[in-house]
Design a binder for this molecule. Sequence first.
Ligand code: ATP
Ligand code: MG
Length: 446
Amino acid sequence: MSKDNGSGVAAGGDALLQPPATVLDIAQTLIRAGHESWFVGGAVRDALLGHANLDWDIATAATPQQVQKLFRRTVPVGIDFGTVGVLDKEGVMHEVTTFRRDVQSDGRHAVVEFGASFDEDLARRDFTINAIAYGPDSRELYDPFHGQRDLRAKLVRAVGVAADRMREDRLRALRAMRFAARFGFAIESETWAAIRESAPHLGRLSMERVQQEIEKTLSQVERPGDAFRLWRDSGAFAVVAPPLAAMSDVALATIDLLPRGTNAEEQHRTVNRLLALVLDVKLAVARDLLRELRFSNERVRWVSELVERWHALGAPIRDALASGAASSDAIVRRWVAAIGRTRIDAFFTVLDARVRAESGRAGPGATEGLGSLWERAAAIALRDPLETGDLAIDGGDLMNAGIKAGPQLGAALRALLDWVLDDPARNTHDQLLVRAREIAGEQPHS
Ligand code: ATP
Ligand code: MG
């Protein structure tokens, strides 16, 4: 099944063009059973770029049913689209997809047909850099759309007529911008024109798919701001996330200064990037946008809580830093109490990125002051009473001191907290009881 190699480039010497033995096994099993099979897609592209990628996808002439028969352990991950997950000896899943052609498309989900040749299968792929194939036996590249040339030229270029390809599947516009930012590539001019023409039609995409693209951009791309600048400039944001249509360059730069999470435990880092994306949007609008994009309730809540604190405190804290004078402990303690103990790290991480993004204007002094403020805030968050629950007194004590149950009790607790925020040494049972009696005397006797 040797193919004329479009580029004439032999790949034998490429250290990273080494699919793991387990995946090679799967591909060779398919070939031995008489089914033409190739590695194609992200792993081949990444290997040629010198990046590791563990997802070696296999494209095959075998039908999904034939694939299911041939392997002991399979998962029907996307069987309607021809994709069967095959588990290797170690239980790791690899995607095996039947050659297919698009028969119909509404710009939203393609309807595919099997029985296609491999050339047809490659022709339906989105970008030339994603349409490079590598033979499991021949160990040669097959690259009829000159993806390697575009890799060298650092270009994202649609396979075939860009406008047609974008019309078939609007998601490709968002994918192009992600790949460009991820690899530091430019978008070839006809492809870019087609993306801009696509922008008004992106409303056809489901919000889940847009959300997925945002997530992938935040987690995969070193500088997501580069991708979102393209979303802005192409008009994509105006359609899929209108509140971000005029996102500032400083806001974009802020995202880029936040590290991404590289594993599950570091997910909160990627969440910080999501926070930075909507930081300048009004609270209610940001919350609606995240909901519309179908982010989980937990994400929406966390990001909204921080946006709210940012709008309340971002400016006063930056003003205080700009003044150069150290803020008193009582002031910092009130900031920390308002931000909330659990949110301090996220708030300051994003504040720090924003200050650095603005540093052209603020000067390096702001960054230095911020470091020590952050340390003080973190120490206060650990050490000081900041919530009514931290008070050395409870509702029962207050009722004994003569405060009525109901709203007056809540008001008294808040008044006591306010008093303690000025000086945490006041947080003893005896002092609070004395102060509570005073408050009881001041309260209206309705
Ligand atoms: P990543 O490293 O992000 O997974 P990838 O290139 O492997 O990048 P996938 O989404 O895993 O991207 O898709 C695998 C391959 O399937 C792509 O390389 C491309 O050839 C093809 N493909 C995926 N989505 C589309 C699409 N919307 N239109 C056309 N081809 C697509
Ligand atoms: Mg992939």
